[in-house]
Design a protein around this ligand. Structure first.
Ligand SMILES: [Zn+2]
Length: 212
């Protein structure tokens, strides 16, 4: 569902953006009513002779001049509206896209790992098993029974289930205590087929004399 909402946001955003672009590009070629103050002006009228206090626009101008002015006003309204729609559309589509990329990502994990001074000096590979969330094999991570829209019963529609993951974590030679190393996409599986979170292992000093 998260993915569907994100796709919907992107779609709406793109449509609003397209409407904005169309409005900006729109050219006003004609208007049905040329107004002299509060009354409609007839084509060919030499001058708009309305009461200057009631009719701010058009007084003293010819029919063609008033018409041009009104067309320009309307066109700038379309442009302003179009720019606003473009910005709103871009924001909506961008937010949807962000959710598509990040929304389904699994949680990161942070673990402290004790390394002896010898291990820190020469580097070491440690096999680390973490309790985390892994993909649901019953529905192939989708959260839906394959070929249907029915919710998967094994993962309750999440597309992931509690499980274990073993990582062969390589610590380079010269690693120091306090250093944190990132193992990309080695933590919890994201919901509904999302990518895995990152695993961060922080090196801590193994107390001398402990040989666990
Ligand atoms: Zn499932």
């Amino acid at each position: 569902m998260r993915k569907l909402k994100a796709i919907l946001l992107v779609t709406i955003g793109v449509i609003v953006m397209a409407a904005g672009v169309a409005a900006i590009a729109y050219k006003v070629t004609d208007i049905d009513k040329v107004m002299c103050g509060n009354s409609v002006m007839k084509p060919g009228t030499r001058k708009c002779s309305g009461d200057a206090s009631a009719a701010k626009n058009g007084v003293g101008l010819t029919y063609d001049e008033v018409k041009r002015k009104q067309m320009a006003n309307r066109e700038s309204m379309y442009t302003v509206g179009g720019v606003i729609a473009l910005l709103i559309g871009a924001g909506t589509a961008g937010f949807g896209g962000y959710r598509l990329r990040r929304g389904n990502r699994g949680e990161d994990a942070y673990i402290d790992i004790e390394l002896s001074s010898a291990e820190r000096g020469s580097g070491v590979i440690k096999s680390i098993t973490l309790n985390t969330l892994v993909g649901c094999t019953a529905c192939r991570d989708s959260g839906r029974v394959p070929g249907t829209s029915q919710r998967c019963g094994y993962c309750a529609g999440e597309g992931r289930v509690p499980g274990r993951r073993t990582v062969q974590a390589e610590f380079p030679a010269g690693v120091v205590a306090g250093q944190r190393i990132r193992f990309a996409e080695q933590a919890a599986k994201g919901p509904e087929g999302g990518v895995c979170g990152d695993l961060y292992l922080r090196v801590i000093e193994q107390p001398p004399g402990s040989y666990l």
